[in-house]
Design a protein around this ligand. Structure first.
Ligand SMILES: O=C(O)CCC(=O)C(=O)O
Ligand SMILES: [Fe+2]
Length: 340
């Protein structure tokens, strides 16, 4: 979150450079902050200790909530952010050289293919994302030793944090499964803790902050995503035709329901639309955990053709490449005449 001139740490594409034309697109009206009023609804809060009180209504009306009483030590959160700041502050070339498999260093797009490459986008690719990030697969992260002490200690902090995330995902998902009356077989295959991964993002300072996105409007493909953001702000969710700021509140986590959860619930729960604004003066760090169904779990509901998560992901990758956007769940939705 430093404001000093640390452009050596930026991927070259994001350094101030009069020779690089990032395109002079007119401001996207959607990107305008819009009027803020005190009557904006507050992001709903769920207490992990008494979740069943209001979870069902919130999942149906919001598809996201702020989680309190989550049991993740505040010291662990601050150490993670401190390490992320230090690691991202290294110069770009060092990051490329140091950060090797199983952790992947990427920039310009948060979308990775199943084979672990940055997703190429097709025709409407006016969509450079003003970020760099790390992809950390939880299963492969645990036994790995890095030579660089900063990376090695970050790796073990992420491992510890990953255990908290799987605990939270399990608890939250089982309350949802109960609310939705999933049979035990579904509850089991619809959440695959070992294949979850983490993302650590640094959103970069952007001179055209009103014309560029950290991450543009999207829904997550996951069952659940759990985010921790620093105090800079920028995350927004779409609710009742309005974008609302998800203000950073110390020691709280944000839980988003993803597309898989929406399909599993037969559209009773919603996969929340959200986006991340960038900032002219400040960088922003966020750490996300994303969890999916098992690879062979067939998601069955009356509104969708049966599909697996790998089929969903393959359709998404193809759409991003050919159409330039994620079409997502509507690819699988059964329409009125029985076709899609
Ligand atoms: O950085 C954030 O707060 C959100 C990240 C996000 O939406 C994503 O990775 O899908
Ligand atoms: Fe997201």
């Amino acid at each position: 979150m430093t404001n000093s001139d640390n452009f050596d740490s930026y991927p070259p594409l994001f350094r101030p450079n009069p020779c690089v034309d990032h395109g002079e697109h007119s401001p996207n009206p959607e990107s305008e902050p819009g009027p803020h009023s005190d009557s904006e609804p507050e992001i709903p809060v769920v207490d992990l200790g008494s979740m069943r009180e209001n979870l069902s209504k919130i999942c149906r009306e919001w598809g996201m909530f702020r989680l309190v009483n989550h049991g993740v030590p505040v010291e662990l959160l601050s150490q993670l952010h401190e390490h992320a700041n230090k690691l991202f502050a290294l110069n770009f070339e060092s990051k490329q050289a140091l950060i090797t498999t199983p952790i992947l260093y990427f920039w310009g797009s948060p979308a990775l293919t199943m084979s672990g490459n940055v997703q190429q986008t097709g025709p409407c690719a006016d969509s450079l994302n003003w970020l760099e990030g790390l992809n950390v697969p939880l299963a492969k992260n645990s036994d790995f030793e890095y030579q660089h002490p900063l990376l090695q200690s970050f790796r073990s902090l992420l491992e510890e944090y990953g255990k908290h995330q799987t605990r939270l995902a399990k608890t939250i998902f089982s309350a949802m499964a109960e609310d939705l009356n999933f049979p035990p077989s579904k509850s089991k295959s619809y959440l695959s803790l070992p294949t979850g991964f983490m993302r650590v993002y640094r959103y970069l300072r952007c001179p055209m902050a009103d014309r560029r996105w950290g991450i543009g409007s999207h829904t997550d493909s996951s069952v659940l995503s759990i985010l921790h953001q620093d105090q800079v702000g920028g995350l927004q969710v779409y609710k009742n035709d309005k974008w609302l700021d998800v203000k950073p509140i110390h020691n709280t986590l944000i839980v988003n329901l993803g597309d898989m959860m929406q399909a599993m619930s037969n559209d009773n729960y919603i996969s929340v639309k959200h986006r991340v604004r960038v900032n002219k003066e400040k960088e922003r760090i966020s750490i996300g955990y994303f969890v999916f169904p098992t690879e062979d779990a067939v998601i069955e509901s009356s509104r969708y053709k049966p599909f697996t998560y790998p089929e969903f992901q393959a359709a998404k990758e193809l759409d991003l490449k050919t159409v330039g956007i994620k079409i997502g769940l509507s690819r699988f939705r059964i329409t009125g005449n029985g076709t899609n």
